[in-house]
Design a protein around this ligand. Structure first.
Ligand SMILES: C[S@@+](CC[C@H](N)C(=O)[O-])C[C@H]1O[C@@H](n2cnc3c(N)ncnc32)[C@H](O)[C@@H]1O
Length: 211
């Protein structure tokens, strides 16, 4: 892993998030309520980790539900906006800059989720990343991950970063083979990021640490 790679990612997203407008909007991801429900617990005081939180729309939504939220992203501008959004909404979040490839957190969580981010894991860090995620999840806790997967009939998205890695169908699921799987899914959807219509194929998993 070279430090240039990390700096390169940071630069791309720093730029996208540098406006005061929210690049990803403010609408939280639709899966968050269902994710809380999978824990079987009340959202109040639930410990949540958002991995690659971007500008914080999901992390702030979880905090608004009463969760105790930790969130990180590689971009300083994303974290600045996460904190700003939290302040605007009157909630507290533990948000900081960190890299998925080498983040350190000494805690445990009821919910860990990451959307649109783990394709930035370096190949040699994937095993270690999931080992860490499993350790950070409480027994009975749930995780949500999605990742873009390669399909020979789909072109690479026009704004695909050369540092992003397409995964293979099912690869994500195997990392949680020994967990209780609540949901696995693969969908193809239209996207207009970068201003050009294109398609993504995405695998998603919701899994629970049973023991
Ligand atoms: C598609 S965005 C998704 C952001 C957010 N999860 C959301 O749904 O709004 C991908 C995010 O991954 C972050 N990212 C890219 N490389 C990263 C890395 N090595 N460590 C942590 N975050 C990273 C980017 O800064 C960006 O915010």
């Amino acid at each position: 892993m070279s430090s240039e790679k990390t700096a390169y990612f940071r630069t791309q997203y720093e730029k996208l998030y540098s406006d005061e407008d929210y690049y990803w909007g403010l609408e939280p991801a639709p899966f968050l309520d269902e994710l809380i429900a999978w824990t079987g617990k009340n959202s109040n005081g639930l410990k949540v980790l958002d991995v690659g939180c971007g500008e914080g729309k999901d992390a702030v939504y979880m905090a608004q539900k009463g969760c105790e939220v930790t969130a990180f992203d590689i971009t300083k501008s994303g974290i600045r906006k996460t904190k700003k959004l939290a302040k605007t909404k009157g909630v507290k979040i533990n948000a900081f800059v960190a890299d998925i490839n080498d983040f350190q957190i000494d805690d445990e969580f009821d919910v860990i989720y990451s959307t649109g981010t783990i394709q930035y894991l370096f190949k040699d860090r994937i095993e270690g990343f999931f080992a860490k995620i499993k350790q950070l999840t409480r027994i009975g806790g749930v995780v949500y991950f999605n990742v873009f997967v390669n399909k020979s009939f789909l072109e690479l998205p026009p704004d695909w970063d050369k540092e992003e890695t397409m995964w293979k169908t099912g690869e994500l699921f195997l990392h949680f083979a020994d967990w209780k799987i609540h949901k696995i899914d693969e969908v193809i959807f239209e996207c207009h990021s970068g201003g050009i219509k294109h398609y993504h194929c995405m695998d998603t998993i919701v899994a629970e640490r049973a023991i």
